[in-house]
Design a protein around this ligand. Structure first.
Ligand SMILES: [Zn+2]
Length: 248
């Protein structure tokens, strides 16, 4: 196959068949900030067939410290639009489209249906619980990712086979308990590291190579601590156990 992907096809884990599968894959990225942009770039370079970006926000100067693929001249423009332009320059073979909106219960199911995987690039738990409900309901895998300070965590959700976000945390944490880049700052290497893990997990999901049971990976880049813990499925989970999609 073509020169562009030769190092990737050379990987026994991917090969020509895996590359063909990636080319047929459609991905949704919810949020185009630090994590979303750093997930989108390697996916485009890897030759994913289609990428849909969703974000309602504009680029501020303070985003440049951690946001992928943006420059000073993009300040004031829409994150989703700018990222879509840059991805098209990175790899014109990828069909990239974007929607400028805040995901809500009325729209999330339409976005999730028909894609092969969803990446969490949001920065808040209400959006993640919405994505979790929609993805579990429609059997679409997604990758949870969160960062704050020097810490990050990432967990793939494989509906019906692995744990979901509500198996990990039955209810959204109260706002006051949630660390965000806004309240605790953010070391810019952290979203890049978490995004890299999310992309690797996502490619494994697309190629049918993800391991179960579910693992939550956590890291603290300042302390040099990396850990993975098994998260069991909870039979009493309101979402994936009982099929109650309370956030939709
Ligand atoms: Zn669950």
């Amino acid at each position: 196959m073509e020169e562009r992907y030769e190092r990737q096809i050379a990987l026994p884990e991917i090969g020509a068949a895996g590359q063909a599968r990636l080319r047929e894959s459609r991905v949704l990225i919810v949020g185009c900030g630090a994590i979303g942009s750093n997930v989108a770039e390697p996916l485009a370079r890897a030759g994913i067939g289609g990428i849909t970006l969703v974000d309602y926000d504009i680029i501020e100067l303070s985003n440049l410290q951690r946001q992928g693929l943006v420059t000073e001249r993009d300040v004031g423009r829409l994150k989703a639009e700018v990222l879509a332009e840059r991805l098209a320059e990175v790899n014109s073979e990828v069909k990239v489209d974007y929607q400028v909106l805040r995901v809500d219960p009325g729209g999330i199911e339409g976005l999730v249906k028909g894609v092969d995987i969803v990446f969490d690039g949001s920065d808040n738990y209400p959006t993640r619980y919405l994505v979790n409900d929609a993805c579990v309901k429609h059997g679409v895998p997604w990758v949870f990712a969160a960062v704050a300070g020097t810490y990050g965590e990432v967990m793939p959700v494989i509906p019906e086979r692995g744990a979901c976000l509500r198996c990990l945390m039955p209810e959204p944490p109260p706002d006051a308990a949630v660390l965000t880049a806004g309240t605790s700052g953010l070391l810019n290497a952290v979203p890049r590291a978490i995004a890299a893990i999310a992309v690797a997990e996502g490619i494994k999901i697309l190629l049918g190579a993800i391991e179960l049971p579910t693992r939550l990976v956590t890291l603290d880049l300042w302390q040099g601590r990396f850990a993975a813990q098994t998260i069991p499925r909870n039979d009493g989970c309101p979402c994936c156990g009982e099929g109650k999609f309370e956030f939709l």
